[in-house]
Ligand binder design. Sequence first.
Ligand code: SAH
Length: 372
Amino acid sequence: MSPSATTTNLLGLPRPTLEAFVAQLGSKPFRARQLMQWVYKRGEPSFERMTDLAKAFRARLSECASVQPPEIIATRHSADGTRKWLLRADGSQAFETVYIPEPDRATLCISSQVGCALDCAFCSTAQQGFNRNLTTAEIVGQVWLANRELAGTVGDLARERAVTNVVLMGMGEPLANFRNVVPALDILLDDFGFDLSRRRVTLSTSGLVPQIYKLAEHSNVALAVSLHAPDDGLRNELVPINRRHPIAELLEACWHYIDERNGRSVTFEYVLLDGVNDSRVQARALAKLLAGKPAKVNLIPFNPFPGTRFRCSPPPAVQQFRDELIRRGVLATVRRTRGEDIDAACGQLAGRVLDRTTVRLGSRTFGLAVQE
Ligand code: SAH
């Protein structure tokens, strides 16, 4: 029997839950903080090596608890330093995590679900449909694993910068997995957990309006919203959830979040699609929605994938769109594409590996077909 069947995985337990667990074993609550530091700050999975904990307590933990990150199925390294891990969900299902090093930071793009139910027209994850929500352990386990791999404790990888920023922009819609995502955010921010500042953790949503209000009650991480169109007609086509929660409602929720959480601004993601949403008129319409608001726009060059009907906007169109926004007082940046050679760029993550579509995607992505 695997240890997971018999022991409690401490990875993913928020501090109050871990304190209750520790108390059950007859220990003081502050032991939970010590444990968290070992697990998250030092990346230590073995209770035996947690030398400032009493021997008897360590022995008890070894019997009934474990630190179990997801299993790595494959690792890819991009020429630009980007790294991608394919992680096992269950059996044939997998999800992905992407590490993006930059001179002043190292960002980890993590997944919140296996697949996605939202069916955005230009996203490759949508093509594989929805499989299941990731658990809190699987969500924080991505950061835990990345740090451990980067520290060179496994294999002979050179030591690299630990994760400084986390973005929930991998596979899945994080607000559709609210129950598991919020405790994961708590652990990312906890002083005894990963201890990241709230400005270095960004949740990206396609616009689940009621859950944005709910998030404002439970967390204060940075918010990014996948807008992609300046009017409801087009957004209904590109981001179908818009039919339920149109742009005006979505923007209200965003401003509420900023007020409530004392945030600086919401980042609006806008994938530029050639001839679809990249005209000067559309840039003006977008500026009209956002000028004078706590907003900035992140323009994303479209990353094509097999079977898509969209094309990337040519660089002059991207430039024109950005200039038009700036001229109208809206902060706008263009996202540099990273990890393209390993299909790690936005919207290219496709983790499922066994059915017909994904054997194709999987072998293209990893140069190997993963079999059970
Ligand atoms: N479901 C969440 C988070 C995952 S998507 C959301 O929609 O925000 C993360 C970002 O990548 C989103 O802005 C998404 O719209 C963008 N994206 C998806 N497919 C893309 C593609 N093919 N090229 C470029 N960006 C893409």
